[in-house]
Design a protein around this ligand. Sequence first.
Ligand code: LMR
Length: 401
Amino acid sequence: MTSLFAGIQDAPLDPIMRLFEAFNADTRPGKLNLAIGVYTDADGKVPRLRAVQEAEKRWIDKALPKTYRPIEGTKPFRDAVQALLFGAGAPILSQNRAATLQSVGGTGALKIGADVLAKLKPGATVAVSDPTWENHRALFTQAGFTVADYPYFSAETGGVDYPAMRKALEALPAGSIVVLHACCHNPTGADLTDEEWAELVPLMQTRGLIPFLDIAYQGFGFGLDEDAAPVRLFAQSGQEFFVASSFSKSFSLYGERVGALTIVAADPAMRAKVEALAKRLVRASYSNPHTHGAAIVETVLTDPALRADWEKELGQMRERIKEMRVRMADSLHQRHPDRGFEAIKVQKGMFSYTGLSPDEAVRLRDEHEVYALETGRVCVAALNTHNIDRVLDAIDASVKG
Ligand code: LMR
């Protein structure tokens, strides 16, 4: 009998998940995972944030019935997400132009957004940065789009090649969808400057391009408000756009899959139409979102004391990553001044594009038990004072061959 499944083409998982599985199967005691974007604290543990623990305790104590959650999530959750994105009291909040739906992590937000766009713009090109998060390409391809690259990272400077990016975006046909990382670019850590954003936002509008902002690391760059500045510029411009938020990292709630899709429309009538479409697509995908993780995020964001404590701990995570960046950049630059390692210091968020070659990354993993992506992406947020010297020596040895 020929199996139904015989025709399935063999294809690997994306490198992040492939290495995640390889890491879990690795029995070497000193193994260290710098390949996945997970923040670990000074002791190498995924933190349980104080505010999150308290919110969870309160939620459990309430022992509420576990009924269905609204398809779009609760109003306090959605309002809190919008305030986080646009700033409390921002005009767009009262204009009623933005629809927010709770999603299954940031990936779920991208997925539902992609499905909405597939209904509205079938056949459009989706342009993603070169490089981008591994899953962007797969996700939009899966939704039926052709995915193209726009130039982004400059290996020479370790920053963004903005002139090349702008030129490529200017050449895209109107109606193309452009995926932008609002802050803490994954995988490079290289962000646009304020001036570049100020130029890019009107360019997107005049060229008729559809912005899809991915904001998975709000709070890990400069701060919650600063990191959302590009989202706020788009809101002020009056154009229609999409935003995928993730709370996995900022609340250290990876496994709870809390995220949100926000779609900004031209006016309340268009908002209502696109919100209804997104709800129909959610209903036909997984019906309703989960309760637990979103209830925790909602409680933290809406309780002033818990919110203040969360912001404090988030700030500490941000500062700790910066300290690790400085140590890593200084030490590697001193050892290999010709490799451009000093850019690690100015890059933002959880990742850096170190410039390690695939061979060097393989040596790092095979000979030193340190997992990095073969693109050279390293999760700086998994370094701490106990493991950093070992990692730096391992990188040094891998570079020397
Ligand atoms: C990453 O880039 O490592 C994270 O966003 C985890 C993931 O889902 O890929």
